[in-house]
Design a protein around this ligand. Sequence first.
Ligand code: IMP
Ligand code: MG
Length: 175
Amino acid sequence: MIIGKPFLTTEQIQNKVKELADEISRDYEGQEILVVGILKGAFMFLSDIVKLIQVPMDLDFLVASSYIKTQSAGEMQIHADLREDIRGRHVLLIEDIVDTGITLNYLHKLLMERNPASLKICTFLDKKSCRKVEVDLDYIGYQIPDHYVVGYGLDYENKYRNLPYIAVFKEESAK
Ligand code: IMP
Ligand code: MG
């Protein structure tokens, strides 16, 4: 057995997504936003949360990575940049999980240089104890301990993203 029982069940996930969407809808009331999903990991969270956010939005995607297996490589790669011009727009970045903070620290700097009207970050999971660089998170689903987790968009070597729940992954049991 590689994957244990759910660490966060589908129901816990959906309840939290609704809470976050309500908070975001209140904060941006009367404004139009540009939601930016950081792929691949955020695809499932993104598709759930946009259905529940009650303000008009455009969508765009960034494909970025900093990870090799379960260790942060610490080096960022942008595989596909935004297609939208973000100048003067209210940008909401959607991320699956923040670990060292390197990804979002880098992306925040990169996007701020393009002069958005505002730039906020929403992450489903936060492993705060693993932070190596500072990053300001505006919306956080769950704070979790230093476990490697998979499912709900999160992968191990590009697998398990399709699980409808989040589970703790133990590398040694994969062999
Ligand atoms: P950071 O740059 O170290 O903050 O890492 C952020 C990225 O690493 C996330 O967007 C994930 O894609 C990946 N990552 C970090 N922790 C995990 C995990 O526990 N499971 C799966 N992917 C993770
Ligand atoms: Mg990610």
